[in-house]
Design a protein around this ligand. Structure first.
Ligand SMILES: Cc1cc2nc3c(=O)[nH]c(=O)nc-3n(C[C@H](O)[C@H](O)[C@H](O)COP(=O)(O)OP(=O)(O)OC[C@H]3O[C@@H](n4cnc5c(N)ncnc54)[C@H](O)[C@@H]3O)c2cc1C
Length: 469
């Protein structure tokens, strides 16, 4: 329970409109989009809520809130738009939830240096539309673009669908303004590149609210592409498609979108265009017209070399139109189903083994009715996989067990073949006990040491990201 004197101080500071305390007012900020929080809420076993929600409108207000929190030893959970899918937001009554969605000013768009500065709570689509009006693009298109914030992207180390050419969020961040748990302000990044000691921006890229509050983000932009075109291929096997992707990436081509679907997902998503038993590889090419033409020609040749055949490019247009659907978990629970996705990554030489083991192990679990995967982000060194699974039971407790078993199987299969357990959704609560697979015991201890140094009182988002001590 939060102290009433703290609520009074916050109300004096921000005004009553910006301090929310009733059940009704805080209802849609009780947790993020993590399936398990939704399932527990739906089943009535999770009834938690933050003690209060504050809605600052400026960096100075965030600083003042953090000073108050520090003085009163109050835990604080930053909140963008709550689209995180790993359980990064799960406050209880002792927590002050810092809703950043009113910190939503577009500070500057610099058309010469190609940067734009956004307050952390700017909605992703609003940010992209603001730069698009000037012929520019951020190039960051997570499926959740319309329901996430710029500060949330930074805090979860997000990746957009066009990442292969434009990069992931860490490639776009020019500078960050952060309020530390003490209330002090730090700005990190002031030039296109620096050799000025370790890059401290990375303390906050993927920190998921445990290090401080990102209040402003300057992103490096691109001019909008002159041309866009699509290429889609049938893949006779997963291996053939992966080999084509490897050759394309290592030859230096950069189609912004490179997605390969296994046979099950091809049938599910693109039935009318699919060939029985085959998967699909889809690319969106964009950039200067001359480069796009050269890239398409080279990709056609490399795909043919790997035994891929041309499919209808309409598939990519269809995907472009339908790609940003946000599912309702509750509709699935009503049908006795739990569905989720898990993204991991691996090198070119390990990714198939991860796929094979994860599919086999998840399929073998009781209650699982479907598991499949696609890749959506390709690199010179490897690729990600994005598994989708579904479990069925009329008992919510059994659904939860199936859910956790699926996650465990994919995490262990990934680690068994030296893959990375989190490609872009972050760690949150669902993955914190698997963080050790990526960092090792010493790495986890180092992260804990850094966290304790930045946040000695342990105020920021307790219980998130780091495994319990
Ligand atoms: C349908 C759907 C599709 C998705 N597709 C993608 C995708 O394509 N790519 C991708 O990367 N992710 C995707 N996500 C996940 C999610 O949208 C991202 O993680 C997003 O970056 C979260 O932004 P948010 O503003 O909603 O953050 P929230 O969910 O509010 O918060 C996420 C975490 O960051 C912390 N946090 C938020 N803002 C700040 C801040 N300003 N300072 C400090 N900490 C902060 C929170 O405490 C929490 O731990 C998807 C989610 C959904 C529901």
């Amino acid at each position: 329970m939060l102290d009433s004197s703290l609520i009074t101080s916050l109300t004096d500071l921000l005004g009553a409109d910006q301090v929310l305390t009733s059940d009704e007012q805080v209802a849609d900020r009780r947790h993020d989009y993590w399936v398990l929080s939704h399932l527990r809420s739906w089943a009535g076993v999770f009834t938690g809520r933050p003690g209060a929600v504050v809605r600052p409108q400026s960096t100075q207000e965030v600083q003042a809130i953090m000073r108050l929190a520090s003085k009163t030893n109050t835990a604080v959970v930053p909140f963008g738009l709550g689209s995180g899918v790993c359980g990064g937001v799960q406050p209880d009554q002792s927590v002050l939830l810092l809703d950043l969605s009113m910190l939503n000013q577009i500070h500057a768009i610099d058309e010469v240096n190609l940067t734009a500065t956004f307050a952390a709570g700017v909605n992703g689509l609003v940010a992209e539309e603001a730069v698009a009006a000037k012929g520019l693009t951020i190039g960051h298109w997570p499926q959740s673009i319309a329901v996430s914030t710029v500060g949330g992207w930074v805090s979860t180390r997000a990746a957009g669908q066009f990442s292969t050419a434009y990069g992931n969020i860490e490639d776009m961040v020019y500078s960050l303004e952060v309020v530390l748990p003490s209330g002090e302000l730090v700005t990190l990044g002031c030039a296109p590149r620096a050799a000025a000691g370790p890059d401290l921006r990375h303390l906050f890229l993927g920190a998921e609210g445990v290090m401080g509050v990102v209040t402003s983000v300057t992103l490096a932009l691109h001019r909008q592409a002159e041309q866009r075109t699509y290429r889609v291929f049938h893949t006779p096997s997963l291996a053939a498609g992966l080999e084509a992707q490897r050759l394309i990436m290592q030859a230096g081509w950069m189609p912004p979108v490179v997605r390969q679907y296994d046979a099950r997902e091809t049938r599910r998503n693109f039935k009318e265009w699919s060939v029985k038993g085959d998967g699909m590889l889809m690319m969106v090419h964009e950039g200067p017209a001359g480069r796009v033409a050269a890239e398409v020609e080279a990709v056609d040749a490399l795909a043919a070399e790997c035994g891929l055949t041309r499919a209808d490019d309409q598939v990519a247009a269809h995907w472009m139109e339908n790609r940003n659907h946000v599912p309702s978990w509750e509709e699935l629970f009503d049908q006795g189903l739990v569905v989720d996705t898990i993204e991991i990554s691996g090198s070119w030489t390990t990714i198939e083994a991860i796929y094979d083991q994860a599919i086999a192990d998840v399929s073998a679990l009781e209650g699982v009715v479907a598991v499949s995967a696609h890749s959506s982000h390709a690199y010179r060194t490897g690729v990600n996989l994005y598994f989708t699974f579904a479990g069925v039971s009329d008992d919510p407790q059994v659904l939860e067990s199936i859910y956790l078993a699926c996650w465990h199987a994919v995490m262990e299969a990934t680690a068994a073949h030296d893959g990375g357990v989190a490609h872009h959704h972050g760690i949150g609560r669902v993955r914190k006990n698997y963080l050790v697979h990526d960092l090792g015991e010493t790495g986890v201890a180092l992260l804990r040491t850094v966290k304790n140094a930045v946040d000695p009182q342990g105020l920021m988002n307790p219980g998130n990201l780091l495994p319990d001590a």
